[in-house]
Structure formats: structure tokens, C-alpha cells
Design a binder for this molecule. Sequence first.
Ligand code: PTJ
Length: 247
Amino acid sequence: MTDEVEIPEDHPRYQSLLTRHRIEAGVEKGITSRQGLIAEGRGESFDYLLGEETLPSADEAERAAAAQLLLAEHAVLSVNGNVAALVPGEIVDLADSTGADIEVNLFNRTDERMQAIADHLHEHGAEDVKGLTADARIPGLEHERAKVDEDGIFTADVVLVPLEDGDRAEALAEMGKTELVIDLNPLSRSPRTAAVPIIDNIIRAVPNMTAHARALADVSREELETIVNEFDRQEALDDAESAIRDL
Ligand code: PTJ
């Protein structure tokens, strides 16, 4: 990122300080909402309890999610204010490596924030950013949060919804979409509704999904389907929960 602060990489809290700085910079740039600061605090506490590293079960979830994105007819990566601040270039890389679309979808939606996030993603290499047309609605959600693009999330078969609130995650699942959720809290409603719950920090999860997608680029559909079918979502949730409880 261009506006990155100088934090020595050997600092014991390097990743956590970097994450905080990116969120703070996101708020200053009008990308991240103030509620995003609260979401970040919640996430950080779970990351601390998980040892601030990717559990083997989370790595498996990231591989299964990469396989789902590669198998999709039409995959969309949903981006909110926290995602845009934390992993803008990494989301573009994941879209490039899987053929997925990128769509901005906000809880606290304003035209200014939508545009600021789209601009920010373009600055990080995104070509097409959806979400600004908002010509379709997710059924069962109040107006602002339901706004999506008809040729984006509305018609997607696979959607990545990171750092999401439970209601919208549930509404998307009810539309029959295969939902991939990144969330550090294994007890949160959104990963619990997901086909693939990824209990990991988005800062680690997205680049790791891209690495898996690149490694799987040439494998057959049958092999991708086997990876998806062998993935056990309940085991992934239970494993993260016991990593926290058994500290
Ligand atoms: O940008 P907007 O307007 O769409 O608003 C986005 C927020 C994040 C404010 C909104 O979606 C929200 O209120 O989310 P919640 O309900 O606070 O849920 C966020 C979830 O993400 C929580 O369960 C956190 O533990 C989790 N989380 C926070 N930071 C990270 C994270 N998960 C993975 N990586 C993180 N860095």
C-alpha cells in the first residue's frame, strides 16, 4: 500500500499493528466506517486467541474455497469498508486468479463511500468494480443493505462475503448461493451459515486462497469437486472453537 506506516517487521505485534493502521487509514480516507473500527477490535481479540496464525483447518477451508471459486459459473467477491482497507490488492489478485468479479456491498452505504472504495480498488489494479449500479435487491433485507448489481451478486452462484454481519450472510444463503465466509469468530452467525467457513484473519486468508487457486489452476473439475466434497464445514468450525477453548 502506498500510505503504509513504518512498522519493523520483527516487531512481535507486527501484523496486528499493520492491520490497525490500515483500518485507521481506511477511516481517514472515507473507505471504512467508524463501525469498522469496532469490527476490527472484535476480530483482533479472536485472532489473538487463535495464536495469530492460520490453523491447518483454516488452510483446508481456504483450499476448498479456492476450489469453489474455480468451479463457479459466476463468482463474486463482496467488498466492504474493512475488506477494502485491509486487502485491496490481494482481493484483486484473488479475482484475477479465479476469474471472479469484485462487487462493493456496504452495510453503511453512501454514494461517497461506494465511490471511494471503487476508486481505491481501481488504484490497486481492479479493472471492473461492480456495486454502483445497484439495480437488484436481496430479498428479505431492508433497503440499503439489500442493494446489489443484477449482473453481480444477484446472479452469482458463489459469493465470498468476508467480515460480514449475520443477517446479510443468511439472506444470501437463502437465495441459494454457495457462500464462502471469512470471519475470525467461529461462533458468529455468518460463518455458521457458510458452505465454507474460513476462520482466519483476512490478511492471511485472501493471499493464501490465491496461492491455492494458482496451485489448482490446471487440475480437473473432478479433482476440484473432490476437494469441495471432502471439506467438512462443521469440523472447520469445531476445530477453531476448540483452539480457542483449549488455550
Ligand atoms: O463497510 P460496511 O459499511 O459494510 O460495514 C462493515 C462492518 C464490518 C462494520 C459490518 O459488516 C459489521 O458490523 O460487521 P460485524 O457484525 O462487526 O462483523 C464483523 C466480523 O468480522 C466479526 O465477527 C469479527 O470478528 C470479524 N473480523 C473483524 N476483523 C477481521 C475479522 N475476520 C477476519 N479478519 C479480520 N481482519
